[in-house]
Design a protein around this ligand. Structure first.
Ligand code: NAG
Ligand code: NAG
Ligand code: NAG
Ligand code: NAG
Length: 440
């Protein structure tokens, strides 16, 4: 590890506050996009605490070697035995978890890998080396891929991390999972059929994540980030072929409903589960609302708060949610880096937009939807071009970040930060920065 050698400015850069890497753009599959150049000056947080913090981080998997032959050698792995029962359902506490305003972070690349966040797990992956499926089908064998993933599940985020998040004011986490996370039965007849055995011990890890969150008093939104056939064609839905075949294929829709039924049955009476997110960033298709039909499949599903991502159509889904009387919440994601229009705009102008049009639009949608609206992905990321003309780059980005946190804290029922961190586990440092910004 090289953290001790990198300075504070480089650390911030690596955190994405200087735009080291960008999250793949909604609607655009660009696996070979070059890393952006870096350009931001450091802000004013204490270097020592960050360095001490960085020193505790490690890149998983630790026990992998790439041999001279180019093959990968992976040590066998047997995980610890995990607590696997939830505490008894407490409806009063559940009400508090589910109805309070959410201050959340996304625990990305834990159960659904993204290359830019956890590059080490992609070292010996297969194919385009972009998606969860590339890891599961790589590493030379199913046994090896399973060892890599199990070790990652057991080490990437720990109980201590959940306590840490609680200590800085986070009250909820959003945990992306894929249908493969439910185990081999749910991989049948899908893109993951050939690697189903990799996931034999995966659901118990998701469960354990929820239990760890509970220990720390944190709510959990379980987010179906990868559905059979893919809802958006993006690598973060588990596949690298760029295809979106969920909606056109009735058998994939049916499988997705079975997955949601399973999740409802497992989770509706888990005290700290605040809800299930039906799909992450789906294509904005006409049939999107139909997935709310999950409400009617069982008595467990009747009681479950449902989160539906709006496919980036704020207006359509605020109307939809506003017309419902059950616990359905719209999720809208807010980024300012992906389009050429975003790149062409300065950081200061983006901040102005956040304080005016963005805030007004969210406020209007929030009222239309009776405040059943969250912004469960946002970040401080800006394109380098947006900062190029700013004389005080650090200050401009800080204002942009702070203005967002103010807008989302006031206009909607909850928010979830996504750390744009290219290095495993460093997301925690980024969070410190976000919270420090809010306090200044
Ligand atoms: C790892 O486990 C596999 C399957 O159980 C076994 O065949 C192999 O010998 C083990 N390898 C090592 C290095 O222990
Ligand atoms: C659930 O069932 C009721 C009664 O059959 C129906 O009116 C309602 O539209 C259904 N809800 C969904 C989301 O499909
Ligand atoms: C409810 O649905 C109707 C008809 O689809 C629509 O015109 C109206 O805007 C919706 N209600 C709200 C609160 O937006
Ligand atoms: C952004 O700027 C570039 C270069 O000036 C221009 O070609 C492009 O059309 C602009 N994009 C938008 C959306 O304005």
């Amino acid at each position: 590890m090289v953290f001790s050698q990198i300075g504070f400015t480089s650390l911030l850069r690596s955190l994405g506050l200087a735009q080291g890497l960008l999250k793949p753009a909604p609607g655009a599959l660009d696996p070979n996009a070059p890393q952006q150049s870096l350009s931001t000056q450091a802000t004013t947080l204490p270097q020592t605490s960050l360095n001490a913090f960085a020193a505790t981080l490690h890149d998983s998997p630790a026990s992998v070697e790439v041999l001279d032959s180019g093959d990968c050698y992976v040590q066998n792995y047997t995980g610890p035995s995990l607590i696997d029962s939830y505490s008894p359902f407490d409806p009063v506490k559940a009400t508090i978890y589910r109805y309070r305003q959410q201050q959340s972070v996304n625990l990305g690349s834990w159960f659904v890998h993204e290359q830019w966040m956890t590059p080490s797990t992609f070292k010996c992956s297969s194919g385009k080396q972009l998606s969860e499926h590339d890891i599961a089908s790589g590493w030379g064998s199913t046994t090896a891929a399973r060892a890599v993933l199990e070790r990652h599940w057991d080490s990437f985020i720990s109980q201590e991390d959940f306590y840490y998040l609680a200590s800085i004011g986070i009250n909820t986490v959003r945990i992306p999972i894929g249908y493969w996370s439910l185990g081999p039965t749910y991989c049948r007849d899908t893109a993951f059929a050939d690697v189903a055995e990799v996931y034999a011990n995966s659901w118990s890890r998701v469960k354990h994540a929820i239990i760890m969150a509970d220990q720390a008093g944190l709510g959990v939104l379980v987010d179906l980030h990868g559905a059979p056939g893919s809802q958006n064609g993006q690598p973060h839905s588990g596949i690298s072929d760029g295809q979106t075949t969920l909606f056109a294929d009735p058998s994939n829709v049916e499988k997705t409903m079975q997955i949601l039924t399973f999740l409802a049955g497992e989770l509706s009476e888990v005290t700290n589960v605040v809800g299930v997110q039906i799909l992450n960033e789906p294509k904005n298709v006409d049939s999107l609302e139909d997935f709310c039909g999950i409400r009617n499949v069982s008595s467990a599903a009747e009681a479950l708060p449902l989160y539906i991502h709006d496919g980036f159509d704020l207006t359509r889904f605020s109307r939809y949610v506003g017309n419902r009387s059950d616990f359905v919440v719209q999720d809208h994601h807010s980024y300012f880096v992906y389009t050429s229009a975003d790149e062409n705009e300065t950081a200061s102008d983006h901040a102005t937009d956040v304080r005016s049009t963005v805030l007004n639009d969210l406020d209007y949608a929030s009222r239309t939807g009776h405040r059943n609206l969250v912004v469960d992905e946002w970040s401080c990321a800006l394109a380098p071009q947006s900062l190029a003309e700013e004389s005080d780059k650090g200050g401009a980005q800080q204002r942009f970040c702070t203005d967002q946190s103010i807008a989302y804290s006031s206009a909607v029922a909850g928010w979830g930060f996504w750390g744009e961190i290219p290095i495993d586990r460093l997301f925690r440092v980024c969070l410190r920065i976000v919270f420090a910004l809010q306090l200044t």
